[in-house]
Design a protein around this ligand. Structure first.
Ligand code: AMP
Ligand code: MG
Length: 352
């Protein structure tokens, strides 16, 4: 009897306190569900959206994301003289350079996609990319390189059957790389961003944030949901950058990369001279495709494959997508033709 009398007022009081607690959490602006941060990295705007994290958790996760991205940039960038890729490219032929596992992973994946695409994707186009002036971001005042220089590069390359880089195991179990000459200068511009995105999402998950969307230019990676609702994403119209051409609602883990001829280009000879080069011609790809989006489980693969399919063109690009498990694609041709694989998550926007 005593007990009942004692407890009865406490139960509703506890309930009221619990309710108040939830209400305060709900109302308190320092506990928003959605946090969005945008910073400049990898030569583009990178935006990180997280759902369900506290302010402190979000801040911690986001800082981790950007430090991982900076780390990748610091070894993978071709422009920074202190980077490993720069060192590899500028060492005399035959130099042995010890490299971290991360570089081995990215170069190996690049070579894998090179094989899969019959050479359409090639992580060794550094010399060409610089020749066309795309090594330093936008080549606004671009000039078509001398035909002779392109021809010399093609000739040099055709002399070598392999990639021109030798891997050597070091005594301590590490890896060293031996550079193979100007025909195979490393350029990880078509793949390193994707790799960095995978690490970025991994960092968020490890910091206790399972629901997030990271967008960096044409690359994005998604995890979980927005409070049970899908993340909404748009794909830019290749000829009208203010317009969305397609959109998708996505829940769960997925990476998507878009390669387009509108990202970096200059006009010359009445043609769009853009940053996606065809290793067979040494010139901007003229496959007819103007936008390619690839969806798959990792961003590194999505990134490299979008570039590969862009160069392959509609017919061969479709065939590659159909051949690969877990890879979906959306292709836009300059003649207006559009195609997407049945498993591609997204819809064309009417009138786009
Ligand atoms: P993305 O924007 O992902 O399609 O990558 C384009 C970037 O990759 C360019 O800016 C170059 O640095 C590099 N690149 C250009 N053409 C190729 C190619 N055929 N294979 C691999 N990388 C390329
Ligand atoms: Mg790419």
């Amino acid at each position: 009897m005593m007990r009942d009398l004692h407890f009865k007022p406490i139960v509703p009081l506890l309930l009221l306190l619990a309710f108040l607690g939830f209400w305060l959490l709900w109302k308190n602006p320092s506990h928003q569900e959605l946090h969005a941060t945008t910073r400049l990295a990898m030569g583009t705007l990178v935006s990180v959206s997280t759902w369900g994290a506290t302010e402190a958790e979000d801040e911690n996760g986001v800082n981790w994301v950007f430090s991982r991205i900076k780390e990748v940039e610091s070894w993978a960038s071709k422009q920074i003289p202190s980077s490993l890729v720069y060192k590899i490219n500028h060492s005399p032929k035959g130099t042995l350079l010890e490299v971290p596992e991360e570089l081995v992973t990215v170069v190996h994946t690049g070579l894998e996609i090179r094989n899969l695409s019959g050479g359409a994707f090639d992580p060794g186009l550094g010399y060409l990319v610089d020749l066309w002036g795309f090594g330093n971001g936008v080549a606004e005042e671009g000039k078509i390189p001398e035909t002779q220089k392109i021809a010399a590069w093609l000739e040099e390359r055709n002399k070598h059957h392999d990639f021109g880089i030798q891997w050597v195991k070091t005594a301590n179990g590490g890896m060293a790389i031996q550079w193979g000459g100007f025909a195979y200068e490393l350029d990880l511009g078509g793949i390193a961003k994707g790799y960095a995105m995978d690490l970025a999402m991994e960092s968020l998950k490890l910091s206790g944030i399972p629901n997030a969307l990271i967008v960096a230019g044409g690359d994005m990676i998604i995890a979980g949901s927005k409070g049970g609702k899908p993340w909404r994403i748009g794909i830019q119209h290749p000829r009208d950058h203010n317009k969305v051409m397609a959109f998708a609602e996505i829940t769960g883990d997925m990476a998507m990369s878009t390669s387009g001829d509108y990202e970096r280009f200059f006009m010359a000879n009445g043609e769009r001279q853009h940053h996606i080069l065809d290793p067979k011609t040494g010139k901007p790809s003229r496959s007819g495709l103007i936008s390619v989006s690839i969806q798959t489980s990792t961003s590194i693969k999505a990134d490299a494959l979008s570039t590969a399919v862009f160069v392959l063109g509609m017919k061969e690009g479709k065939a590659l997508i159909e051949k690969l498990d877990g890879v979906e694609g959306m292709l836009v041709h300059e003649n207006g033709e559009r195609w997407k694989s049945p498993g591609f998550k997204g819809q064309w926007l009417e009138g786009s």
